[in-house]
Design a protein around this ligand. Structure first.
Ligand SMILES: Cc1ncc(C[n+]2csc(CCOP(=O)(O)OP(=O)(O)O)c2C)c(N)n1
Ligand code: SF4
Ligand SMILES: [Mg+2]
Length: 285
């Protein structure tokens, strides 16, 4: 398949210039370059501008609930291990309502690729501060600036035991494509947090803001992606300079590997057996 084969007939409704367009293209290219077929891919989307991507990718797609993208994706992977499963959410979805799921999915290391559109706002609901918004960020609903400190998804994923933790940028589409490919090829739970400028509501974290600050860890010969201590150190760098790329990657058994029931044929391929549970009911009644 070519990247064009992953396009539906529906034209993207995102604002012209939104970082979502570049993410859409980079992901399609990654899928095509990995020789994946539409019918073998499941994308689980959350609710948000990011979630509207559900209409624009020609794969199996599940437009899930806000905050419930990850458990839906993990469940689907357990039911059909033959699918390449991606969970795609906004930062409000993934790090707000869905935050607890992230930590537990990382612990289990289910073989799912999780892509988070990090625009630091709730785009679809017109620009309220997302958990990744910096302290003091002003929006219509927080005119005096937010009191909370920004959540740090990279440090959090590392602390939870993440086996693949990365950050991309919608302004570096070629690098983003390679990052998506590496994340999909990784056996286990991979988090790719992507800086995705929301040009309509976030007037601070613009493309230029990122271009002025970002440096690429993947090009640093002294950076070791297997060194957790180094990854933690880089995850806390923020301000005039901000790192992106693969912070950390290691090999761990996946959730599916550790479940004896999942060995052999995928669950969905197995015949359904009817069982008589009368004896069980009598025992517990
Ligand atoms: C359970 C639930 N809570 C809240 C909402 C309202 N809601 C819809 S989209 C959204 C925010 C989306 O922001 P984000 O996840 O960052 O995605 P973006 O639009 O920025 O891509 C919210 C709060 C909802 N639809 N469902
Ligand atoms: S509101 Fe922001 S995130 Fe949503 S489509 Fe427009 S620019 Fe993109
Ligand atoms: Mg958002």
């Amino acid at each position: 398949m070519t990247e064009q084969d992953f396009i539906t007939q529906q034209k993207p409704t995102w604002c012209p210039g939104c970082g979502n367009h570049a993410m859409w293209i980079a992901l399609r290219q990654a899928l095509a370059e990995l020789n994946l077929k539409s019918e073998n891919i499941l994308m689980v989307f959350g609710i948000g501008c990011s979630g509207n991507g559900a209409n624009f990718f020609k794969t199996n797609v599940w437009h899930s609930l806000h905050g419930r993208t990850v458990p839906t994706a993990v469940g689907a992977k357990l039911a059909n291990k033959n699918l390449t499963v991606l969970a795609i959410a906004g930062d409000g979805d993934g790090y707000g309502e869905g935050m607890g799921h992230l930590v537990h999915a990382i612990r289990g290391n289910a073989n799912v690729t999780y892509i988070v559109h990090d625009n630091k706002v709730y785009g679809l609901t017109t620009g309220q501060a997302a958990p990744t918004a910096e302290q003091g960020y002003r929006s219509k609903s927080t005119p005096a600036g937010i009191i909370e400190e920004a959540t740090n998804p990279i440090a959090l994923a590392l602390a939870a035991g993440g086996s693949f933790v990365a950050r991309g940028f919608a302004g570096q589409a070629k690098h983003l494509k390679e990052l998506f490919k590496a994340a999909i090829l990784h056996r286990g739970f991979s988090l790719v947090d992507v800086f995705q400028p929301c040009i309509t509501f976030n007037k601070i974290n613009t493309f230029k803001w990122y271009f002025d600050r970002l440096y690429n860890l993947d090009q640093d010969k002294n950076y070791n992606q297997q060194n957790l201590r180094q990854a933690f150190q880089q995850s806390t760098v923020w301000g005039k300079k901000i790192p992106y790329g693969i912070f950390y990657q290691n090999k761990r058994t996946t959730y599916g590997d550790n479940l004896p029931q999942l060995q052999g044929q995928a669950l969905v391929k197995r015949p359904l057996k009817t069982r008589n549970i009368k004896q069980l009911l009598t025992e517990f009644s």
